[in-house]
Design a binder for this molecule. Structure first.
Ligand SMILES: [Zn+2]
Length: 134
């Protein structure tokens, strides 16, 4: 995957403007800092929050991402055709959602940030050059 693509930036939790700085304070599975968004990007200095409780709206995104994961798990179960009992299928979908919950939350915040902050190629190139020079 191209490192400056939007999908890379969303799924690997990078800064929406330069797509190089980290978006979260720690890995989503570090429970004590779960999905805590950094104050600003350490590479391009973008402030990640436009207003207080800016990321509350990412709950809507996480609903959609959760549905997408549930559908994906269901389709995988249909393709492999191992489990046909509806209750087992439901249990597996719930288990997948619970296990993926930290990452779904993180990706939702990342998608939410990508709605509001646009990629700036000039800044990205400038930062990349500075990194290679030092
Ligand atoms: Zn940045």
């Amino acid at each position: 995957m191209v490192k400056s693509s939007m999908f890379y930036s969303i799924f690997f939790l990078k800064c929406p403007r330069c797509r190089q700085g980290e978006f979260l304070e720690a890995n989503p599975y570090r429970i004590n800092k779960m999905n805590k968004v950094k104050d600003h990007c350490e590479k391009c200095n973008l402030k990640y929050s436009l207003e207080p409780s800016f990321y509350t709206g990412s709950m809507y995104v996480s609903y959609a991402v959760g549905i997408a994961v549930a559908v994906a798990v269901f389709v995988l179960l249909l393709i492999f055709d191992e489990i046909r009992d509806p209750l087992s299928i439901f249990g597996i979908i719930v288990l997948a959602l619970v296990l993926l919950m930290p990452y779904i939350g993180a990706v939702s915040k990342s998608i939410w940030a990508h709605f509001f902050f646009k990629y700036d190629k000039e800044i990205a190139v400038k930062i990349r050059k500075n990194v290679t020079r030092t």
